[in-house]
Design a protein around this ligand. Structure first.
Ligand code: PFF
Ligand code: NA
Length: 440
């Protein structure tokens, strides 16, 4: 049977944007921004997205399109004579399963808040509500539903499932968030939220430069779905030669745009209706955004309607990302082990039901996975992909990059390869070392 592929270039771009735009933009990003001091974090994060994220994205695209394989198969096949590089790809496959285990917990929360928005059931006591639903049997139950929805899309295959679903979901997310942001920034009191978010204040960088750098680097990789092999896998379904550099830039711009837009919803809401980053939100805890936003919905007219739009958008964003996580191990089993898509999807979902339940029942494990382990794994993974692209593929990477690229993109090819060989892996390895050191 022929390997699956995207029906169109737009389908590929939207699926990749779907993977990138997710809880990272609307939940993890405001959480990190609040914890690391607002605008300063935004600035550092944007720099890293541009200087490390975009080149890293292109490296994954090059590996994927050249090999037409899942990450493990891709690295093994492109490095003839040695099996070892395949393990770097396999590490990505495992990372995807780890990611999905915690991500689906948050996906379950979103599902729960979405359902509760119709009646406003969580409005009355936001903190108590979040405390009740966030971990334990109820959390696991909603996580199961979220995983089932994810599996349903992946079962449909590359064209019939992922491409179709993301083509519907992405425009809806953009419209909903744009409308919400337009409304939020015009609320009385929103201005303080905007200035926390947008007025550059370097003090937080001076106070804890290393911590800021670690968090911003981790978030930059997370937001673009890098270091796992999602983008390798999605690019492996490309047929014709599109400009990887152009598509990668579009994807990064849209992802950043949605992230900034989400910030324009969340921060004005918190400041206009909750008096800012209160004790609840300032501590930088994972549930802070939920409590803050829930409290804001209670205070505003037609809060239910706005809440449905808000959590509906986030639910779509979360699903279009979780399907990209599940697709990596599915592609691995299909490509390398000859398993059918159906069995692979069912089997892997069963596995994540178990590993995911561990996260849903243990807040400590969840926190460690969501904020520490994931940063480590993504950083290590992307460093591996970059070294592979720069040193194993070398000139071949450049010709893959060039194929389909326009004049501007071609001119940037050589500096791209140079940075992929040297400065970028170095940056990631230093980040990794600092992350490990912080664990001691
Ligand atoms: N980029 C997604 C987000 O911002 O929510 C998260 C993500 C998806 C990370 C897929 C990694 C991945 F492979
Ligand atoms: Na993202």
């Amino acid at each position: 049977m022929a390997r699956e592929s995207w029906a169109s270039r737009v389908g590929f771009i939207l699926a990749a944007v779907g993977s990138a735009v997710g809880l990272g933009n609307v939940w993890r990003f405001p959480w990190m921004t609040a914890e690391y001091g607002g605008s300063a974090f935004l600035a550092v994060y944007l720099c890293i997205v541009l200087l490390v994220g975009v080149p890293g994205l292109l490296a994954e695209f090059v590996i994927g399109r050249r090999s037409k394989r899942n990450p493990a198969g891709a690295l093994a096949r492109l490095a003839p004579g040695t099996k070892s590089w395949g393990y770097v790809g396999l590490f990505g496959v495992i990372t995807a399963l780890v990611l999905l285990s915690f991500y689906s917990v948050v996906g379950g929360w979103i599902l729960r808040y979405f359902a509760g928005s119709f009646t406003g059931s969580y409005f009355a006591e936001p903190s108590a509500y979040f405390g009740r639903i966030s971990f334990g049997a109820e959390a696991a139950a909603f996580q199961v539903v979220f995983l089932a929805l994810t599996a349903l899309v992946v079962l449909g295959g590359v064209r019939g499932g992922i491409e179709k679903a993301t083509k519907v979901m992405m425009p809806i997310i953009a419209v909903l968030l744009a409308v919400l942001a337009g409304w939020a920034v015009t609320q009385p009191g929103a201005g303080m939220g905007l200035s926390f978010y947008l007025n550059f204040d370097p003090t937080p960088i001076q106070n804890d430069p290393i911590g800021m750098l670690r968090a911003a680097a981790g978030q930059a990789l997370f937001t673009l779905s890098l270091g796992v092999g999602t983008m390798i896998t999605y690019a492996s379904y490309l047929g014709e030669d599109n400009s990887l550099a152009f598509d990668g830039s579009v994807i990064s711009v849209l992802n950043t745009g949605v992230g900034v837009l989400a910030g324009l919803v969340v921060f004005p809401l918190l400041f206009a209706f909750q008096g800012g980053l209160t004790e609840v939100t300032a501590g930088g805890e994972s549930g802070a955004i939920f409590m803050g936003v829930a409290g804001a919905f209670r205070e505003m007219p037609y809060g239910e309607v706005i809440a449905v739009g808000f959590f509906g958008a986030i639910l779509f964003a979360a699903l279009s990302s979780s399907i990209s996580m599940l697709e990596i191990p599915v592609a691995y089993l299909v490509d390398e082990q000859g398993v059918s898509r159906r069995s692979a999807t069912v089997g892997l979902t069963g596995l994540v039901l178990v590993t995911g339940a561990i996260c849903a029942f243990n807040p400590g494990i969840f926190d460690f996975v969501a904020s520490t382990l994931v940063d480590l794994m993504l950083t290590a993974g992307l460093a591996g992909f970059l070294v592979f692209t720069g040193w194993v593929l070398g000139k071949d990477a450049l010709s893959e990059y060039d194929s389909g690229a326009g004049r501007v993109a071609r001119a940037l090819g050589t500096p791209w390869l140079w940075s992929v060989r040297t400065i970028l892996p170095l940056f990631l390895l230093v980040t990794l070392a600092v992350n490990l050191y912080a664990l001691l």
